[in-house]
Structures are given as C-alpha cells and as structure tokens.
Design a protein around this ligand. Sequence first.
Ligand code: DX5
Ligand code: ZN
Length: 224
Amino acid sequence: MAKIAPSILSADFANLEAAIKNIAENGGDWVHVDVMDGTFVPNITIGIPVVGSLRKVTELPLDVHLMIDRPIRYVGQFCKAGADWLSVHLEADTEENIHAALRLIRSLGVHPALAIKPGTPAEMVKPFLQEVDMILVMTVEPGFGGQKFMYDQLAKAERIRGWLDVLNPECLIEVDGGVDKYTCPLCKEHGVDVMVAGSAYFKAEDRAEFVKFVQKPILINEDY
Ligand code: DX5
Ligand code: ZN
C-alpha cells in the first residue's frame, strides 16, 4: 500500500494544529514539513521551533524535508525537535558532509533520507544507497507548492528503485511536487512508495477519499 504525506506548505500557517489534526482524521500516513532557508531555494518557510510545536500536537510521523544549504549545521536540532524522517538535499553540500549529515541523523534515532532535485542525475545517489531509509525524488523544482509535475522524473525514480531492490530493498522512494489524482497512479506504477501532496490534498473536495485513492495498491494486469 502506498503512503500519503500531505504537505502543510499548502495549509493555513496561522492554524497548523487544525491542519495536522485534519490530516490524521482523513487517514493521512505522515505529515510532510517543508523547511526552506531562502538560499538553497528562493523561499523561506518554517524552522525548528515550529517542528517542535507540531510534535506536541500529533502522533503522526513528521517527514521533514530540509531545503537548506549545508544541512549538517541543523540536522541535530531538527531530530531533537521531533522529526521522524529527515531529508537532506544531495546538492546542498559536499559529498563528504552529506554522508556525515545522514550518519548523524541515524545516530539520533531518526530515519535518514536523501532528496534530489529534478536536474540531478540518478547516478549521483549511488554512493548513498546503503545508508538511507528513503530517497526523495523531487518532481518539481523545490521552493513552491502548486507546480506542474515533471513526468521525466518517473524514469529516474524507477531506476533508483531498481538499484535499491538489490542493495537496500527496505529503503522507500518518495516523490514530491505536483502529485495529484492523475499523476499519482503513474508514480505507483514506477515503484514509488510515498507520495507527498500539498495542493492536491488541501484542495480536494473530499480529502478522505483522496487519501484512500493514493493509498490504494495498483492492480497489475487489472483487465485480465
Ligand atoms: C516544494 C515542496 C513540496 C510542496 C509540494 O518545494 O517540497 O513539498 O509542498 O506541493 P504540491 O503538492 O502542491 O506540488
Ligand atoms: Zn517537500
């Protein structure tokens, strides 16, 4: 069964507690929290104290996506604030520092994840495959919600899934950006395990129904 991680980037920031409770009521699996620093991406969102406050009002896993430069400076604080999954971008520092950040995350009992931007070739993740619990394949340029899904990222996700099946089969693949009722089935067909959905979740007429649709397993050879 696929998982859905609604992104609170599309929620009302004046009422995040209501948004997060709404995600739980509608059957969402995780809460996706987008952290942006205005340098790695051209937008600024929320930081460590907000993650700490969200931790107090939900038992759902917090899937924290760091879109910040040199994340090693802050991963310890995000782990202590209550992240369950913590993604750092491969493009945000040297390979050595990204390895160190992922190790630090794991040492603090949090699931380490590696995120890649659309322009980053699949091969770049190879040195990290055995030390992460999730690879986040961005299906839009990070920075803003409500963008169009980049279909060419699906082949990349599927190639990475193939390598993981050999080297680290428990590792999940997550996609983020432009996931809706049209693109979600394609993601599942390409082996994606976790779908982040911001606008599609918060704008859905029936959020519970959208959650069930995303979670529904694909049936291979449905017509036969
Ligand atoms: C974009 C963020 C996404 C964003 C997705 O940089 O990482 O998590 O919330 O929004 P939608 O689903 O609207 O494309
Ligand atoms: Zn995100």
